[in-house]
Design a protein around this ligand. Structure first.
Ligand code: ZN
Length: 107
C-alpha cells in the first residue's frame, strides 16, 4: 500500500515539474505513476519547452506592437510610430477617424 502512495507521489511531482516547464501535466502524472523515478529522470533531462517559446511570445505580444502602416515593431506604449510617424489610435482616445482621404493609392 505504501508503494502505491510512492508511485502516486512520483506522478504528482512529475505533473508539477511538467506543468512548470510548459508540458502536459496530466500525461506526465500518468507517466510518473507508471515509470516512477525513471519518468522523473527523463523529465529533468528534457529541455524546458516554456523558456524558449513563451518568453519570445511575451515580447511579441505585450511589449511591442506592429505599426499598421509600415509593419515595423514599436513599443506597445508608443503613441507615434518611430519609423514612419503613424499615430496609433485607441491608446486612450477611442475616436474613429473618417476613412475617405486615406484611400489614395500610395506609389
Ligand atoms: Zn510605422
Amino acid at each position: 500500500m505504501e508503494l502505491l502512495l510512492i508511485w502516486i507521489a512520483f506522478g504528482v511531482v512529475c505533473a508539477i515539474i511538467a506543468s512548470s516547464r510548459g508540458r502536459s501535466s496530466g500525461g506526465w502524472f500518468v507517466l510518473g505513476a507508471i515509470a516512477g523515478v525513471f519518468a522523473l529522470i527523463v523529465l529533468l533531462a528534457l529541455p524546458s519547452q516554456s523558456l524558449a517559446g513563451a518568453s519570445q511570445e511575451a515580447i511579441g505580444n505585450s511589449a511591442q506592437k506592429k505599426c499598421p502602416r509600415c509593419a515595423e515593431l514599436v513599443k506597445a506604449e508608443a503613441l507615434v510610430c518611430r519609423f514612419c510617424g503613424y499615430e496609433f489610435q485607441g491608446n486612450g482616445s477611442m475616436r474613429m477617424e473618417p476613412r475617405g482621404n486615406g484611400m489614395r493609392a500610395e506609389r
